[in-house]
Design a binder for this molecule. Structure first.
Ligand SMILES: Nc1ncnc2c1ncn2[C@@H]1O[C@H](COP(=O)(O)OP(=O)(O)OP(=O)(O)O)[C@@H](O)[C@H]1O
Ligand code: NI
Length: 335
């Protein structure tokens, strides 16, 4: 626990370390699930940095490993998972640290806004109490100060009538309100890094815009960085500085948001963008490979229209084709 005292004062620690090192640095992260006699490779050598005050969007089809990446950062993977590699937060290794140290990290240094508002709140507890508990745990403040902060947070997130809504139970709230309660829990302690899993999933257009605006406000009014998982490129476009595209457990392209949206070089990213309603609605033929039986060579090759024999035999490395724009494709230069 002592090792992580630095996390309890993230801003001053961050100041000392200036911007010389990333806030979060993930290097060659692997995550496997053992299922009977087979091994499912959910993450395969994932490397990604998140810099200070930066929003990185992680996009990719269902099952490609986005949530597993977020859960591995917080040490929340189930027991049948094995991990290898390195995850450093402000220079300290956090992969494989013990539960007590993780508790000191979660919520305070790294906040999480989980994927499912319907199952992520305790149905038997008033929502105000659930938020106050996080504040009291990490800020070591008394009940009335935590209550005051919770009301402030709720009004910042425009939950109607914050002083009465803190006494509501989750079932008394609409889906959009529950989503805002989860956002308030994720940002309650002003963490250095906020992990946000599909914040707009299942919301209508109006609520989607409201949630995006709230997250935008949080990023601009604090020093937080964000790892944002989304299927929705418009959410990435509205919030992210950088986009990382995942396919079958690995990152295949990363770059500044405008570069990825307008000048992507990986055939998978291009196909994803072409499958958007505004860009032709062309679904990607074929399916993602089974993570228990991955093809040799490039994992996208079986679905790729521009592949060559080299792609089927060899696995491409990430290559920087323009400043800060990395692509895992032998043919990135030709497009
Ligand atoms: N507890 C588990 N045991 C076994 N396999 C798992 C477990 N959790 C996830 N997986 C597998 O790991 C892979 C990645 O799952 P993950 O939930 O990270 O996908 P995702 O990219 O978040 O998808 P979605 O967009 O649907 O949320 C999937 O093949 C999934 O079936
Ligand atoms: Ni997920």
């Amino acid at each position: 626990m002592t090792d992580f005292l630095a996390f309890s004062d993230t801003d001053s620690f961050r100041h000392k370390h200036a911007v010389t090192e990333p806030l979060l640095s993930i290097v060659d992260l692997k995550a496997f699930f053992k299922i009977k006699d087979t091994v499912l490779k959910a993450l395969d050598n994932v490397s990604i940095n998140i810099n200070h005050h930066e929003v990185v969007a992680l996009v990719g089809e269902t099952g490609c490993g986005k949530s597993v990446l977020v859960l591995s950062i917080l040490g929340l993977l189930p027991k049948n998972a094995c991990t290898e590699g390195s995850i450093r937060y402000l220079g300290k290794e956090i992969l494989g640290i013990d539960e007590e140290e993780l508790r000191g990290l979660r919520g305070k240094a790294i906040g999480m806004i989980p994927q499912n508002p319907a199952t992520s709140l305790n149905p038997l507890m008033k929502i105000g109490i659930q938020v106050m508990e996080i504040i009291r745990l990490h800020k070591k403040c008394n009940k009335s100060a935590a209550k005051h902060e919770t009301i402030n947070l709720f009004s910042r997130l425009r939950l109607p009538d914050p002083t009465t809504s803190i006494c509501c139970y989750p079932h008394q709230l609409s889906g959009g309100m529950r989503q805002r309660v989860l956002i308030s829990m994720g940002i309650a302690c002003n963490p250095g890094l906020i992990l946000v899993d599909e914040p707009t999933k299942g919301l209508d257009a109006v609520l989607r815009k409201r949630v995006v605006d709230l997250l935008k406000e949080q990023v601009s009014s604090s020093t937080s960085s964000m790892l944002l998982i989304t299927h929705d490129f418009s959410v990435a476009a509205a919030l992210a500085d950088r986009v990382a595209v995942m396919y079958a457990g690995e990152i295949v392209e990363t770059g500044p948001v405008s570069q990825i949206l307008n000048h992507s070089r990986h055939p998978y990213t291009k196909s994803l963008l072409n499958s958007l309603p505004g860009r032709g609605f062309n679904s990607i033929p074929g399916f993602s490979p089974s993570l228990t039986n991955l093809p040799p060579g490039c994992k996208f090759q079986p679905r790729c229209k521009t592949s060559s024999s080299r792609c089927a035999a060899h696995h491409p490395d990430m290559e920087e084709i323009l400043t800060n724009h990395f692509v895992r494709c032998f043919h990135a230069h030709r497009s």
